[in-house]
Design a protein around this ligand. Structure first.
Ligand SMILES: *[C@@H]1O[C@H](CO)[C@@H](O)[C@H](O)[C@H]1NC(C)=O
Length: 229
């Protein structure tokens, strides 16, 4: 681990690992590294907790650990589909967001069953809801907050928020053109649907049938043109 930390420092490399994924793992790290106060401190001691680190899961961080993650500017990759499938636990996403940690969404396929970011948003939303059922003082996340984590939050965790992550002028245009009324669309629209409810319908019910064009860095790379106006 010291060697890896030295390499990361020498070449300013990103670091990716797991942190606080499940109770057994935390117990095992404690057993292997008894002199460190917690799991996060172990990475930190070896120079592996930097502002280029992306830590997956982070289901059980203590307050000290959350503060340390924040101080170092490390990012968290929340992987709800995996956390549910492996029964790891439900991450405190609302709390980490409120405390100003950098949060992104991960799939962790194959422990998770889906690579779709829409699936990650939906399972993340359920994770936040199930936390708030168990802990009524914790408000669950709004869909807009899940969308933030899925987009600009991810860019932030990658250290790329000045380049990608939203549609601010000057950034690379990574975009999907969504047609809620495409052929065989799984979405029904009603006259009273406004842009927000159409957006929510796509996030909750939409799929690749609605994605009519894909742009990466401003280039049209996939899809067709709108078939209705
Ligand atoms: C990340 O940490 C390095 C080294 O401490 C520092 O030079 C750099 O400014 C930091 N970058 C950000 C985006 O905080």
């Amino acid at each position: 681990m010291k060697g890896l930390g030295n390499l990361a420092a020498k070449y300013n490399l990103p670091v990716q690992s797991h942190l606080d994924e499940n109770v057994d793992e935390i117990t095992r790290v404690k057993k292997i590294h008894p002199s460190h106060s917690d799991y996060t401190s172990v990475y930190d001691a070896y120079g592996l907790l930097t502002n280029r680190s992306i830590m997956a899961h982070v289901v059980y961080p203590t307050e000290d650990e959350r503060q340390l993650i924040k101080r170092r500017g490390a990012g968290v990759s929340h992987c709800p589909n995996s956390n549910f499938n492996l029964r790891s636990g439900v991450a405190k996403v609302r709390q980490m967001l409120n405390e100003g940690l950098k949060l992104s969404l991960g799939t962790d396929a194959s422990a998770g069953y889906a690579t779709s970011i829409l699936n990650a948003i939906r399972t993340g939303y359920f994770a936040a809801i199930s936390r708030s059922i168990e802990h009524p003082t914790e408000k669950y996340l709004k869909l807009a907050e899940m969308f933030y984590i899925a987009t600009l939050g991810g860019a932030d965790v990658l250290g790329m928020k000045d380049i990608i992550g939203n549609f601010v002028i000057g950034k690379q245009f990574d975009g999907l053109i969504i047609d809620p009324l495409s052929n065989n669309s799984p979405i029904d629209l009603f006259d009273h649907d406004d842009i927000t409810s159409i957006f929510e319908k796509f996030i909750n019910n939409g799929d690749d049938r609605n994605i009519v064009q894909v742009y990466v860095d401003g280039k049209f790379i996939h899809g067709s043109y709108m078939n209705h106006s």
